[in-house]
Write a protein that binds this ligand. Structure first.
Ligand code: BGC
Length: 349
């Protein structure tokens, strides 16, 4: 049944409904649970608005919530959403175990599930929507190698959360590039629980001290972890001298790239990812098969999950403007204060 659409969307922050202009409004309701607000600013600053735009455009009812880093809270939100009649539930799991339990319960109530961004190992999601996360890691590894060049270099790896399958793939991708380069030595490597930025600074400080400060490059898995490493390098007067990688093309990450304290970041368009999620969710609501790019193997049981995997893009000083022209960030947010001149130099206005 088509829902009537009216021009404006007067819905509250986290719920939307029938505001679409599209003619094929779906008669279902989509629930999305984002993981937290701290492991990356992307979830609230990029994903939420992109998801709202995609669902509004499709004219489908939705409810987007954030679990605030608490798996129990995610479970409760899922229960409430199911009680409120969502037909499709997409989650960014906080760990595979709790994610799989949420999906199992949803399935028992006839609710289809989608893994958004992170694959739930041992889960039962009908589809997985993400970027090619191994390629993300490869771009980071290659980016760091490009910044370091041919010299001999000691590298520290600051990996993402051990409970995030993506973090495993990022590290694998980066290792696949860097381990083959005989001039590099990995002198420290640690995963950062929950991608916690403060803990990342502590961990990096320890790795840095253990290596006697002989660290020439840092493979940091996202911009938040990169920022943590940069803060420690700054204390040692080494910021800008030791290349650091990142991911998410956050405002801070892009500013660090422009300032030269971060060697690169990885841009993953939230508009693309949210749009892909909306397409898949609407297909499920309509009882149709979604178009996929392939399957992803769940390493816990070798099952294959139909997937849409998008292409990430490496960003260095030379192409920060690409993120802005693609709508990934606004120039007015990146080019504040001291960054105005750096933006002008980089041709960003
Ligand atoms: C996402 C990254 C994000 C990280 C921390 C990963 O699963 O793919 O984009 O930076 O989680 O939230």
């Amino acid at each position: 049944m088509a829902l009537t659409a009216c021009g404006g969307d007067d819905s509250s922050d986290d719920t939307g409904s029938d505001a679409g202009s599209g003619s094929e409004a779906a008669a279902g309701k989509i629930g999305v649970i984002l993981p937290d607000t701290e492991s990356s600013v992307r979830w609230e600053s990029a994903d939420r608005p992109a998801l709202e735009a995609a669902f509004d455009e499709a004219g489908v009812e939705y409810d987007i919530q954030n679990a605030e880093g608490d798996a129990e809270r995610m479970t409760q939100i899922a229960d409430t959403m199911i009680g409120n009649g969502v037909t499709v539930l997409a989650i960014v799991n906080l760990d595979s175990e709790s994610g799989a339990a949420i999906q199992e319960k949803a399935a028992s109530q006839g609710v289809a599930t989608i893994d958004y961004d992170r694959l739930t190992l041992g889960g039962s999601a009908e589809y997985y929507v993400s970027f090619d996360n191994t390629v993300v890691g490869e771009l980071q590894g290659q980016g760091l190698a490009d910044c370091l060049g041919d010299k001999k270099a000691n590298i520290v790896f600051l990996n993402g959360s051990p409970t995030d399958n993506n973090a495993t793939l990022f590290a694998e991708g980066a290792h696949s590039v860097l381990d083959g380069m005989s001039n590099y030595t990995v002198v420290g490597e640690q995963a950062v629980p929950d991608w916690d930025n403060e803990e990342a600074a502590t961990i990096f400080q320890q790795l840095y001290t253990a290596a006697d400060g002989k660290v020439d490059g840092v493979l940091a898995a996202n911009d938040g972890l990169g920022g943590a490493a940069i803060s420690i390098l700054e204390g040692a007067g080494q910021d800008g001298k030791v290349p650091v990688t990142g991911q998410d093309a956050t405002v801070e990450g892009l500013q660090n790239v422009l300032a030269g304290t971060q060697c690169m970041t990885v841009y993953k368009s939230a508009t693309q990812e949210a749009g892909a999620l909306a397409d898949v969710a609407i297909a499920l609501v309509n009882g149709e098969d979604a178009e996929v790019t392939g399957t992803t193997v769940d390493s816990s049981d070798d099952s294959e999950v139909p997937s849409i995997l998008l292409e990430p893009q490496a960003i260095t000083k030379d192409n920060v403007g690409d993120v802005i022209s693609d709508g990934g960030q606004k120039a007015e947010d990146v080019c504040t204060g001291d960054f105005a001149d750096l933006c002008a130099e980089a041709g960003i206005s």
